[in-house]
Ligand binder design. Structure first.
Ligand code: FES
Length: 635
């Protein structure tokens, strides 16, 4: 029996290499205890024992629950070296002090590129604005009601007569008007008064643009008096704890009475946490945030609004609403001005949401004269085709491989990730670039694409992604019976272990790229757009600008067009949210765009399985479709 810990029945823990001493509660996971005391451990799946990224080393495990079968499977051979999954191992009551070592590969690292793209010039005319109004005080000779005197003041200065007052405004009016010494600031949208404040507060007016992604939430704070972004932040979507992909979350939301509400509370807590951080960074009182524009895929949209998601996952897959919605943020628990309005951009269909509308708005895809494709690559990839008639879209289940999930040494584009890789001389020479000034610890999406393309170019893998048994290089080794290509030797890596790729890793990426390519080819076939007619392919999403234009074509992720026609536009969905925050015209345009886009259900298309199977080869079964890459392919 172990010695009782000093504080009640808590367990003393030493987190190394930080030398941080803390107490854990019995039955608490190592991950939860670490988060509570501010120690960052990677948890791409939110602690659901899917990603295997939260590995920690605990030499003496007598104070922990035994490893589960699932854990053993994810840890593989590492279980022999005292590794555990931090999200699975729990502290036992009355355990002796425990030392938990967080290896370099499991440390949470900073994102290395701005997830929010630069602001596009747009005329500043937000949906709501503040005006200065002079309101006379009541007297024996002027016994008009407070609302009558306010409306008269607005009419005197701004000429409007048909204006409604919100209930909340009327409730606070008596006190506000009597504090204001004649000058009052009125927040209105030209039809409704949203808020009334004592004194001249026109200089303080802020808004939030929020992109609720399946994996990540990004948030920026804009000064709505000049349109300048004053702070931005992003975090993992805390809903990941309930499932890695949207369908798992929909299933969870349907599994019990309060589950849907629980998911809503989780996402709102995440948004409020980000709001607090951006406001603190810019020294802004959240009370002065009067508007928020929120985009996200349809499931995130419904869950954030607390709308039942059941019918999104059941044929014929219908959303509760397609049009944009403007509600008081307080109704869903947003911690900003209690009268602030939250605008939810419209959605296109059950599987293509408001994030795609944001993409279109920001990229101006709807205005292009010549055919163009836009891909927003994520766990679910939206593909939108602009042809001469209009816009068509579909959704591809590409999975999280490009975020590093399900790839043994995969990781997000954070400090320590390999961002690009070159392989030469039949695999004898490997070059790479790392994000940040540090040793490499893993591969982010752009590097995984590079590795597969380079292995293919050098003849080290065949068109099915299998290692070529005729090629010999010291970098191709069997490790625990599995053939792996060593990109970074243990001596050079920040983890002290080889950074490798296996056929299993390659297969994960092949599935993802085939799903995305099939989305592109199906839309083009349906609309009769030939590859040569594409004037541009716009790639949005978390890749940053690190993607190699030739390699994305060489693995067959996108149609084969000249490199000059490929543009990377970053988190365009978020930029679209910012555009609508700045301009009420863009807000109205969003509804028009969403109505005009035609949605195509890929799974219902009869060509789908054939197209997908053909796209599972490198770059594709039909090499005629990749003629600009012939030289490499023939080699
Ligand atoms: S956080 Fe532990 S497996 Fe993903």
């Amino acid at each position: 029996m172990g010695r009782r810990a000093e504080t009640g029945s808590t367990v003393k823990v030493l987190f190394e290499p930080y030398g941080l001493r803390a107490y854990a509660n019995p039955n608490e996971t190592i991950l939860d205890a670490a988060i509570r005391v501010g120690v960052g451990i990677r948890s791409e799946c939110g602690g659901t024992q899917i990603c295997g990224k939260c590995k920690v080393q605990v030499r003496d495990q007598r104070g922990l629950t035994p490893a589960t079968l699932k854990e053993c499977k994810l840890l593989n051979e590492k279980i022999q070296s005292s590794f555990r999954l931090a999200c699975s191992a729990r502290f036992l009551q009355d355990a002796d002090p425990i030392t938990v070592v967080i290896p370099s590969e499991s440390v949470v690292r900073k994102r290395q590129f701005s997830e929010i793209v630069s602001e596009r010039k747009i005329k500043l005319e937000p949906a709501a604005s503040k005006v200065r109004v002079e309101v006379t005080q009541p007297s024996i000779s002027d016994r008009r009601s407070d609302s009558e005197r306010l409306l008269a003041g607005i009419k005197r200065i701004h000429g409007h007569t048909k204006i409604e007052l919100d209930y909340n405004v009327i409730a606070g009016l008596p006190e506000t008007l009597r504090q204001s010494e004649a000058v009052t600031s009125v927040l209105w949208d030209k039809e409704r008064v949203i808020s009334v404040e004592a004194g001249d507060t026109r200089a303080t007016m802020y808004g939030l643009a929020i992109d609720v992604g399946t994996s990540r939430i990004t948030c920026s704070l804009l000064n709505l008096t000049n349109g300048v972004r004053v702070a931005d932040r992003s975090v993992e979507n805390p809903q990941i704890a309930y499932g890695e992909d949207i369908l798992t979350r929909v299933t969870y939301s349907q599994a019990g009475g309060d589950n849907g509400k629980q998911l809503q509370r989780t996402i709102i807590a995440g948004i409020n946490d980000l709001t607090e951080k951006v406001c603190k960074e810019a020294d802004v009182d959240p009370y002065n945030v009067y508007e928020a524009v929120i985009v996200g895929n349809t499931v995130m949209h419904h869950l954030t609004l607390g709308i039942d998601t059941k019918y999104l996952a059941r044929s014929p897959f219908t959303p509760a609403i397609r049009e944009s919605m403007s509600i008081r943020g307080a109704e869903i628990g947003l911690s900003i001005n209690p009268n602030a309005i939250a605008h939810f951009l419209p959605i296109i269909d059950a599987f293509v949401g408001a994030d795609a509308v944001g993409d279109i708005l920001y990229s101006n895809l709807h205005r292009r004269g010549a055919p163009a494709l836009l891909l927003d690559i994520g766990t679910n990839t939206e593909v939108i085709l602009r042809d001469r008639e209009g816009l068509t879209c579909c959704s591809c289940a590409s999975g999280p491989a490009f975020e590093g999930v399900h790839i043994e040494h995969g990781m997000k584009a954070v400090e320590g990730a390999l961002e690009s890789v070159t392989i030469r001389r039949g695999g004898f020479k490997v070059g790479y670039r790392v994000l940040g000034v540090t040793k490499p610890v893993g591969l982010c999406g752009s590097a995984i694409i590079d590795v597969i393309a380079e292995l293919f170019k050098e003849g080290l893998i065949d068109r099915f992604g299998k290692f070529n048994s005729e090629v010999e290089t010291p970098r191709l080794k069997k490790i625990n019976g599995v053939k792996k290509f060593i990109i970074v030797n243990a001596g050079e890596s920040g983890t002290g272990r080889d950074i490798t790729v296996s056929e299993r890793d390659i297969n994960e990426v092949m599935l993802a790229k085939a799903a995305i390519y099939t989305g592109c080819s199906t839309l083009m076939r349906r609309r009769g757009v030939a590859r040569g007619e594409l004037s541009r392919i716009l790639i949005a999403g978390g890749f940053g600008k690190n993607l190699n234009r030739q390699n994305v074509r060489l693995i067959g992720l996108i149609p084969d067009v000249p490199s000059s026609k490929i543009s990377f536009i970053g988190n365009a969905a978020h930029a679209g949210a910012e555009a609508t925050l700045k301009s009420r015209k863009a807000l109205h345009l969003a509804d028009r765009i969403a109505r005009e886009v035609e949605y195509i259900e890929l799974a219902a298309s009869k060509e789908f399985s054939g197209e997908f199977a053909a796209a599972l080869m490198l770059p594709h079964k039909n090499l005629e479709l990749f003629d600009t890459l012939k030289n490499y392919i023939n080699k």
